[in-house]
Design a protein around this ligand. Structure first.
Ligand SMILES: [Ca+2]
Ligand SMILES: [Ca+2]
Length: 205
């Protein structure tokens, strides 16, 4: 009887050790983080105002990889990608990633703290967006939601007369899609922003 108990205990210890070995060095959902922050006036919402050519706000997504013991994982490449319920258009920009596919960026390697960042800025459209990270086929995140505004109201990555029509309709209102400085109203300040980015697209200016 005591031999059976000993054998069972040994099996549990071995299983625990093997589990630990299996999880050590692999990104862990519970200890890794994906955090999105914006710059500009919308950073406190939080959110960002994007122009398709990238000359408005920027969202920085910071990914920190740790294994289930909390040990940082340096030297890993990470795919960071945007997720949205709403329609957005994504211009290719090639930065800071070696390559990108629409809203997906490959960044890395992670530094000694297990951290790497990706920037998103060449985007048109309006709505809510959050970010995930994939490494070693493990999906981490999502990040906090970000509220996105853009002079490209129609999500075709061109700021033109159609967008102006929508902006004019929203003028003096509270539509967050046209409130580029996130102060709660669509007014002359926002019109100035719209005018600055009029005729912009993925490559212009
Ligand atoms: Ca448009
Ligand atoms: Ca405003």
């Amino acid at each position: 009887m005591s031999k059976m108990v000993l054998t069972a205990s040994t099996a549990i210890v071995l299983a625990t050790l093997l589990t630990g070995i299996a999880f050590a060095g692999l990104p862990c959902m519970g200890t890794s983080t994906v955090v999105a922050t914006g710059n500009g006036s919308c950073a406190v919402i939080p959110g960002a105002a994007f122009c398709p050519n990238g000359d408005m706000n920027v969202i920085t997504v910071s990914v920190t990889l740790r294994d289930c013991y909390g040990t940082p994982l340096p030297g890993k490449d990470v795919i960071v990608w945007a997720y949205a319920d709403d329609d957005f258009c994504y211009c290719p920009d090639g930065e800071p990633a070696p390559y990108q596919l629409e809203d997906t960026k490959l960044v890395g390697p992670t530094d000694a703290a297990g951290t790497v960042t990706a920037e998103f800025k060449k985007i048109g459209g309006c709505g809510d967006m959050q970010f995930y990270a994939t490494v070693d086929d493990i999906v981490l995140g999502p990040s906090n939601w970000m509220s996105i505004a853009s002079p490209d109201n129609t999500s075709d990555c061109v700021v033109n007369l159609v967008d102006f029509g929508n902006f004019a309709t929203n003028y003096n209102g509270t539509d967050p899609c046209s409130d580029f400085n996130c102060d709660g109203t669509v007014n002359l300040v926002d019109f100035g922003e719209f005018a600055t980015h009029y005729n912009h697209d993925c490559v212009t200016p």
